[in-house]
Design a protein around this ligand. Structure first.
Ligand code: SF4
Length: 476
């Protein structure tokens, strides 16, 4: 339904929520998630309501940039699909089955207990309570992710949860996906067989070439790189032979030592057979916060690194080598289609995290903070709470509000990227000392803006835009 107000002159009156000058012109976006790039002449004509270029005018009209030609049906559909359409509760459930770890990474955000035989494994009783809690939420899809510490150190509980979830799901027939985030140090054939049989996606850490990986991720078992690359290659090979086996994923946590090696890091992923590269900036949590002077860096330094890595990925694609960066794909999908990612990580709304003792949080980062003794974000405990009871908690409601940055954050409300971005309260709290933070000085906000700028600028090149379209079609 297009509401058109006939006027004698200038019927195309501009409707924009946000705009920003970029290298390739002016970037405009609106609350429905549409965006468009205009050159200076087009932008000035658009502002005056006198745009002549027919193609440009049609494009602006289709994307709801004219206030007197708004298509309210499309706007309603797009806004509701971005926010809470058919929402029935969080579907991502991150379970930390132990606080223990057998690696001693110097940027560990989880404050894992290295080398200590402390009794902080999740018991089978707590595991059962956690699964019961999860099944009382009505979300159709469930994604259960095992975290730690190192989850392979409490594999008995991992196995119990998988078997119990499957048994409990029989009458419900929900779509269930399992994943395990592991350093792979304790992997063996028996564990691997169980994970493969149960279609569990293995996600590990790969920080780059041997020297870099082993510098960041110390292991008493010798070279962590040797072990992780062995298993990643092995699972990749198995997944290539058998489509039913999920290919593994790896995350590269960028520390200060990584900044010099953008190309080498990408090459290392390729050597392990991984097409998906994930370049994650370091958050100031746990040991990373304590060691920030030696491991941390500024947003500007990260963006310099990211741009080089991204340019290299583009050059590989131009040579026919299929490889993509997860963050770039996610942003490109949002920019080109207006869609939110399939499993967007809005705290509490779409995900919950459970500590080994049954404490519940809106995100894994909040759970990590609690390992350092700060329970600011704790929502409840699986022994005491139902999901419904959490809905009444002030923290849950505040997390809910935080998903709507355009209503609750003064700078986000004017930011061209806000339809595609969300704030992270735990980051704000850890880095800036408050739930809401201050986007004007937030390094995370600078990184987001910088990565968006890189993606948007690159899209001006038709070949790169087609590469993104190809990624969107092929990868999830
Ligand atoms: S966090 Fe920063 S980049 Fe994201 S919407 Fe807010 S101001 Fe924009």
């Amino acid at each position: 339904m297009v509401r058109e107000i006939k006027q004698k002159k200038e019927i195309y009156r501009p409707f924009i929520n946000y705009f920003q000058k970029s290298n390739s012109g002016f970037l405009l976006s609106n609350d429905a998630g549409y965006n468009v790039c205009l050159n200076k002449k087009q932008f000035e004509a658009f502002l005056k309501g006198k745009i002549k270029d027919k193609k440009c005018k049609n494009q602006l009209s289709e994307k709801n940039f004219f206030r007197n030609r708004l298509d309210f049906d499309v706007l309603a559909e797009r806004l509701s699909s971005c926010f809470l359409k058919d929402w029935q509760g969080p579907h991502i459930h991150i379970i930390s089955v132990t606080k223990r770890c057998d690696s001693n990474c110097f940027y560990c955000g989880a404050n894992a207990s290295f080398g200590k035989a402390i009794n902080n494994d999740m018991t089978l009783e707590t595991a059962k309570k956690t699964v019961d809690f999860i099944f009382n939420i009505r979300a159709r899809d469930l994604m259960v992710e095992f975290q730690g510490g190192e989850p392979l150190l409490n594999f008995k509980t991992v196995k119990f949860i998988i078997n119990y979830v499957k048994k409990k799901n029989k009458p419900f027939k929900r779509n269930i996906h399992f994943s395990i985030v592991t350093n792979l140090m304790g992997m063996d054939e028996k564990k691997m067989d169980f994970l493969i049989k149960n279609k569990v996606t293995v996600c590990s850490s790969l920080d780059g070439q041997k020297a870099l990986h082993d510098l960041n991720r110390k292991s008493p078992k010798g070279s962590a790189h040797k072990i992780v690359s062995k298993w990643l290659k092995k699972i990749t090979l198995l997944s290539k032979k058998n489509n039913a086996i999920e290919s593994p994923n790896a995350i590269c946590t960028i520390s200060r030592s990584s900044l010099k090696y953008p190309e080498q890091i990408v090459d290392e992923f390729l050597k392990c057979g991984l097409k998906r590269i994930q370049l994650g900036p370091l958050d100031p949590l746990g040991k990373a916060a304590l060691n920030w002077d030696s491991v941390g860096y500024s947003a500007k330094e990260f963006l310099g690194f990211y741009k080089k890595a991204f340019d290299y990925i583009v050059s590989l694609n131009k040579k026919g080598i299929k490889v993509y960066e997860k963050g770039a794909l996610m942003f490109a999908r949002q920019i080109l289609t207006g869609q939110r990612p399939r499993y967007q990580n809005l705290d509490f709304i779409y995900r919950l995290a459970y500590n080994y003792n049954g404490n519940i949080y809106g995100s894994d980062e909040a759970r990590m903070l609690s390992n350092a003794g700060d329970e600011f974000f704790q929502l409840g405990n699986v022994y005491e709470n139902s999901f419904e009871s959490l809905l009444n908690k002030p923290m849950a409601r505040t997390l809910f509000l935080s998903a709507f940055g355009f209503l609750t954050q003064p700078l986000c409300a004017r930011c061209v990227y806000n339809p595609y971005c969300h704030i992270m309260p735990v980051y704000n709290y850890a880095a800036q000392g408050s739930f809401w933070g201050n986007m004007a000085t937030s390094e995370r906000c600078k990184i987001f803006k910088g990565v968006f700028d890189i993606i948007i600028d690159k899209m001006a090149d038709k070949t790169v835009k087609n590469m993104f379209i190809d990624w969107i079609e092929k990868y999830h």
